[in-house]
Structure formats: structure tokens, C-alpha cells
Design a protein around this ligand. Structure first.
Ligand SMILES: [Zn+2]
Length: 427
């Protein structure tokens, strides 16, 4: 156990003004990945690099793609087997229509204890908090057994190229536990939903809307697919039940396009329709089973609609090829993550939360994927996701973070690292 005096020393060493200042500096840098507008993560990465160098950390800048870099900040505190990773991303999503904002999305304005701006919540505030936590531990000089590495990564909001590059270059090889710094409102999240995204393509034959018998309409197959997805969702909910932290599994058709490209016209029956489905899974489901179900749904739909057209042909006495194509293609397959609640990284976070807030920590799950998904899936790294910020606020207008909660989060991060790396903690 960490002596009380060290805990107090670390809590006191976190300077709230420093957390606010670094957060504001990062928020004021527009790091939306938008090649047309000419904005990218690079200026935010440069700022973190300069800051970390000034703190005396070992640093490395890795270019992931032009204008998109990861910054790796290392504090090799002392000899030891453990390396704790803090992960935070530099990219933010677009502010959208600026006139819809009451506050400047890149202003970092503080009003009534809340800082407003894009990224205050997701996740520049938490990024600043994790960096300050590292700096505080370094300044106090408390002996630690092991290292802390900060992965300040690009492209979390889209393809997660940053974390994949981080792993590819071997930075994750020595990491034994990771804290994913994302807005979870002070909760300790030990699980994340998985995702399967798929595209169904239905191929029929084009015709004039006034002469539908001259073609083969794709619409009945799309309806059949949607019904099938609803049935799969109901069965999944029945068989798995509700996950205590992650809620219900879902099979959500999100996009229906017919024709998939070009302008639709009311009097044209398009030859092709596309249906996109966004499936979110809980650990009780097997992705392999879901993929098999979706493949079967495509095949069954093809057969059912063919029978429908065969019957129609017979009834109307027409000779027409009744066969339409229904196929499914998998776009994304990201596994659920579930870290053992007894893992040392979870225990470290638990004790840190108790020390700062004097509460029984609240445990939860993350509804979406994060960079942590890759660390867990590709490198078997135990992860916890935690940080300041209301969970509903990311990606909204007038995004905000509670400044007090953010400063406490820096303390929780610092104490988590202290607990995890304190000499003797690994024994
Ligand atoms: Zn985020």
C-alpha cells in the first residue's frame, strides 16, 4: 500500500490552474481532421511535444499520415516490470454549424465552473489531466517501479489510425495496463461494447416506375432485411439479457440508399439498393455467430423474395427472371472488451477514486469503441476507461467540462499511476 503521506503529497501537487491552462491551450487549437478546411491534429501534437520537452520528459513524434502525428511521452520512473499507459487523443470532431453555439467552440471560455469548447469534454481536458498527472509524479520524485507512457494519439474519432500505428511501432509491447482518458463522468469503465458494421447490397433490375414488371424491384428485399434484423435484435436481447454495465445489444439499420449513387427519381425503379447496419454487441454475444446470422439473412432474403416474384410471375402470367442478388459485406468488426475487475490497473483506479472523492466508485461500461479497443484486442492489455465530463456531451454544441471534476481527474490519474507503480505493488 502507498503511504498516506505520498497520497496527500500527490493530491496537493496537482495545481488546478495548470490543468486549466493546458486544457485551454489545447482547446484553442482547432484540431479537427478536415483536409478541405486545412485543419489537422499536427498543431495540437506539436503543442504537446513542446510542453512535454519543457517538463523534461523523453518524447517522440511519430508521423502516422501527413498532418497526423502521435506524440509518445515517457517517464521511466524506476526499474520495474510494469508500464502504465495513459491514452488521450488530439483530434476533435467538427463543431458543425458555429452559429448554433452560444460559446466560441475554440474559445475555452469558463462560465460558472464549466469550460466550453470543442474537446473540453472529449477529450482535451482529460488529455491535459493525464499529462499533468505525469508531470506531478515526476516533480514529486516519489520512487516508482516501472514506467509511465503517454500515447497522445491522432484519429481516434474516425479510423483509429493513431493507436494502430502506436501498436505497429512496438510502443505497446511493454505496456501492462492502460488508462483510456475519455469522458466517463468519474466512473470506472471496465468494459466496452463491440461493433459489427455491415453493408447489404440488393441487386434487381431497373425499370420505369410505370412498368415495374419490366424490371425487378429491390424494395421488398430491403423490407425483408430490416424485418430480419429486428428479429435478430429481439433474439439477442432474449438470449443474452441486459449487460449490467453496457445495456442491451442492438442491430440498427442506419442507411438505406436506392440507388446507392446518383440522384433518386420517383418514376425510376433503381437496379440496386444498399442497407447499412450498425450492430453493437455485449460480451455475451459471439461475433462469429452474428456474422453467420447476417450471411444467412442475406441468403434467406434472396430466396424468399425470389419465391415472391415467382408466385407473382405465375399469377400474372409473365415470363421474367425472378432472381435478385442479396449479399452482405462486413465493414468493421471490433470486439467487446472486458477487463477483469481484479486486475491491478482497475484496483489502482479504484483506490485513486476513493482517495480523491471519498466515495464508493461507480463502475460502468463504454457504449462505443475507443482506442482502448485496439490495445485490448491486439495486445491483450487490460484497460480502464475513465475521465472527466458528462457522457452525453461529446460531439454536441456547447460541449463543456466541469472544471472542478477535471482538476480532480488529474489527481485521480496521478494516484492511479502511483498505486499501480509503487514499489512492491507488483508483488
Ligand atoms: Zn474521445
Amino acid at each position: 500500500m502507498v503511504p498516506r503521506e505520498f497520497i496527500t503529497q500527490v493530491i496537493d501537487a496537482v495545481d488546478g490552474d495548470e490543468v486549466v491552462k493546458l486544457t485551454a491551450e489545447l482547446v484553442k487549437i482547432n484540431s479537427v481532421w478536415d483536409p478541405e478546411a486545412g485543419t489537422c491534429e499536427q498543431p495540437a501534437a506539436d503543442h504537446v511535444l513542446r510542453w512535454a520537452e519543457a517538463q523534461g520528459f523523453d518524447t517522440q513524434m511519430d508521423e502516422v499520415a501527413p498532418g497526423r502525428s502521435n506524440v509518445i511521452v515517457t517517464y521511466a520512473a524506476g526499474p520495474g516490470e510494469r508500464t502504465l499507459m495513459f491514452e488521450g487523443h488530439t483530434d476533435v470532431v467538427t463543431p458543425g454549424e458555429i452559429s448554433a453555439w452560444k460559446y466560441d467552440p475554440f474559445g475555452a471560455e469558463i462560465v460558472n465552473g464549466r469550460m466550453y469548447g470543442r474537446g473540453t469534454n472529449d477529450t482535451k481536458g482529460n488529455l491535459a489531466a493525464m499529462l499533468i498527472a505525469m508531470a506531478v509524479l515526476k516533480r514529486t520524485g516519489i520512487p516508482l517501479a516501472g514506467s509511465i507512457v503517454a500515447g497522445v494519439l491522432c484519429d481516434e474519432e474516425d479510423q483509429m489510425l493513431g493507436v494502430q500505428d502506436f501498436i505497429r511501432r512496438g510502443h505497446a509491447d511493454t505496456v501492462t495496463g492502460a488508462i483510456i482518458c475519455e469522458p466517463q463522468d468519474g466512473m470506472i469503465c471496465t468494459s466496452q461494447k463491440g461493433a459489427i458494421r455491415a453493408r447489404f447490397t440488393v441487386t434487381g433490375r431497373m425499370s420505369h416506375g410505370a412498368m415495374p414488371l419490366a424490371g425487378l424491384n429491390t424494395a421488398p428485399a430491403v423490407a425483408c432485411l430490416i424485418e430480419g434484423l429486428q428479429a435478430l435484435e429481439a433474439t439477442a436481447a432474449e438470449t443474452t439479457g441486459r449487460d449490467a454495465h453496457l445495456g442491451w445489444p442492438s442491430f440498427t439499420p442506419t442507411v438505406i440508399q436506392a440507388p446507392p449513387t446518383g440522384a433518386p427519381q420517383l418514376n425510376v425503379m433503381p437496379s440496386e439498393a444498399v442497407l447499412l447496419v450498425d450492430i453493437r454487441t455485449i460480451p455475451a454475444q459471439l461475433h462469429e455467430t452474428i456474422r453467420t446470422q447476417l450471411t444467412a439473412l442475406a441468403a434467406d432474403t434472396g430466396q424468399r423474395i425470389q419465391k415472391h416474384y415467382e408466385a407473382l410471375n405465375r399469377r400474372l402470367g409473365i415470363d421474367r427472371n425472378p432472381r435478385l442478388g442479396v449479399s452482405v459485406e462486413f465493414l468493421t468488426d471490433r470486439t467487446c472488451t472486458r477487463t477483469d475487475p481484479d486486475d491491478p490497473v482497475v484496483k489502482a483506479a479504484d483506490r485513486a477514486t476513493r482517495a480523491v472523492w471519498d466515495i464508493e466508485p461507480v463502475y460502468g461500461g463504454v457504449p462505443g469503441a475507443t482506442d482502448g479497443t485496439f490495445l485490448w484486442a491486439l495486445k491483450n492489455i487490460p484497460i480502464v476507461t475513465m475521465g472527466a465530463g458528462d457522457r452525453e456531451v461529446p460531439h454536441q454544441v456547447d460541449e463543456w467540462v466541469d472544471v472542478g471534476q477535471l482538476i480532480d481527474t488529474a489527481r485521480i490519474y496521478a494516484l492511479s499511476a502511483l498505486n499501480y507503480l509503487f514499489p512492491g505493488a507488483a508483488e
